[in-house]
Ligand binder design. Structure first.
Ligand code: ADP
Ligand code: MG
Length: 281
C-alpha cells in the first residue's frame, strides 16, 4: 500500500521496508502492519492531542506526577511547549510501561523501537498467523470467561508488583493470541504510588469483571481489586500471592480505653493551651 506520511521517516531510516496494511484507525492511534526483512510488526502512530478523545485525555491526566513544578505548570497549560511535553510523556509512558511489564513477565507485545512518534511492536497473532482478535471480538463459554478472568487477575497482580496500573484495561485492550492473552495500549498507565492509583486500579478490574460477568454473573461479585490492593498496601503482594476474589474488611475493634485516653489527652491539651492546669499536668 501507499506508505503513510508518518511512516516515511522509518522507511528512510531503514527501520521498516514496507507497509502491508492498516489494522485499525482507532480514535487514539493508527496501527499498521509493516514489514522489516521477512519480519512483520505493528507500527503504532500516535495521534496528537487534538486527535485524542476527552476520555483518553482525562485518563492521561489521572495519577500523573511530573518531575518539577515549572514543567508541571507548562504541561497543564496550553502553550506549544506544554503540548509537546505532554505528547512526549504520553508516548514515553507506553514505551516504558511495555518494557518494564515485559521484563516482569506480563503478557505484553515486545517493543522494537520508537522513532518519530511511531512505536514498533511485536505483532500479536492468532493460530493462523493473522492479527489477534480483541477479547471483545471473541465469543466465550462461561468456563473460558472464568479462566480468562483469572488469568487477567494474575496479570493485574504482576503489573502491580512491577509498580504499574494499566489505566484503561478492558475487553478492547486485551488480545486473544495463540499463546494466550496479551495486554496492550498503555500510554495512560500510572505509577502504583500515585494518589488515586487505587481508584484507577479498581476501575480497571471492575471493567473486566463487568465484561466477563456477561458470561457468568458470579464474576461480577468478585472483589479482586480490594483484595489485591490490600496485600500491595501491606507490602505483601508477590507475583504468586494466592488470590480468591473475596475481601473481608477486618473489623477494627475499637479499644474503648484507648479512645477515652485520647479524648482526655486532647481535653488536657486544650486546657493547657489556655493556661489552665489539670491534676495530671
Ligand atoms: N501489537 C499488536 N498486535 C496486533 N494488533 C495490535 C497490536 N497493537 C494494537 N493492535 C490493534 O490495534 C488496535 C489499536 O491499538 P491500541 O494500542 O489499543 O490503540 P488505541 O486503542 O489507543 O487506538 C487494537 O485494538 C488492536 O486491534
Ligand atoms: Mg486500545
Amino acid at each position: 500500500m501507499k506508505i503513510p506520511k508518518r511512516l516515511l521517516p522509518l522507511v528512510h531510516a531503514h527501520l521498516i521496508d514496507d507497509v502491508v496494511g492498516q489494522l485499525q484507525s482507532g480514535k487514539e492511534a493508527e496501527v499498521y502492519i509493516v514489514r522489516s526483512g521477512d519480519k512483520y510488526m505493528c507500527a503504532k502512530i500516535y495521534k496528537d492531542e487534538q486527535g485524542r478523545s476527552f476520555k483518553q485525555k482525562t485518563q492521561y491526566t489521572e495519577g500523573r506526577k511530573v518531575r518539577n513544578s515549572r514543567q508541571a505548570r507548562a504541561m497543564e497549560g496550553k502553550s506549544k511547549y506544554g503540548r509537546k511535553e505532554r505528547e512526549a510523556d504520553w508516548q514515553n509512558t507506553e514505551v516504558e510501561a511495555l518494557s518494564l511489564l515485559g521484563a516482569s513477565g506480563v503478557g505484553v507485545p515486545q517493543t522494537f523501537g520508537y522513532y518519530e512518534g511511531v512505536l514498533l511492536l511485536e505483532m500479536i497473532v492468532d493460530a493462523e498467523g493473522n492479527p489477534a482478535p480483541r477479547l471483545n471480538d471473541v465469543a466465550l463459554t462461561p468456563e473460558e470467561a472464568r479462566q480468562f478472568h483469572l488469568v487477567l487477575m494474575r496479570e493485574a497482580v504482576l503489573m502491580l508488583c512491577a509498580g504499574i496500573v494499566h489505566g484503561d484495561l478492558s475487553e478492547f485492550n486485551v488480545l486473544v493470541s495463540h499463546r494466550g492473552l496479551v495486554i496492550i495500549d498503555l500510554p495512560q498507565a500510572v505509577q502504583a504510588t500515585a494518589n488515586n492509583a487505587f481508584e484507577i486500579f479498581e476501575r480497571d478490574l471492575k471493567q473486566l469483571s463487568a465484561y466477563f460477568g456477561r458470561y457468568d454473573a458470579s464474576i461480577m461479585a468478585t472483589e479482586y481489586a480490594k483484595e489485591i490492593w490490600n496485600s500491595y498496601k501491606n507490602g505483601k503482594l508477590r507475583p504468586d500471592t494466592p488470590i480468591t476474589g473475596k475481601f473481608v474488611q477486618k473489623a477494627h475493634k475499637a479499644n474503648v480505653n484507648e479512645v477515652l485516653g485520647e479524648i482526655e489527652a486532647a481535653r488536657e491539651d486544650a486546657l493547657a493551651r489556655r493556661g489552665i492546669k489539670t491534676d495530671r499536668s
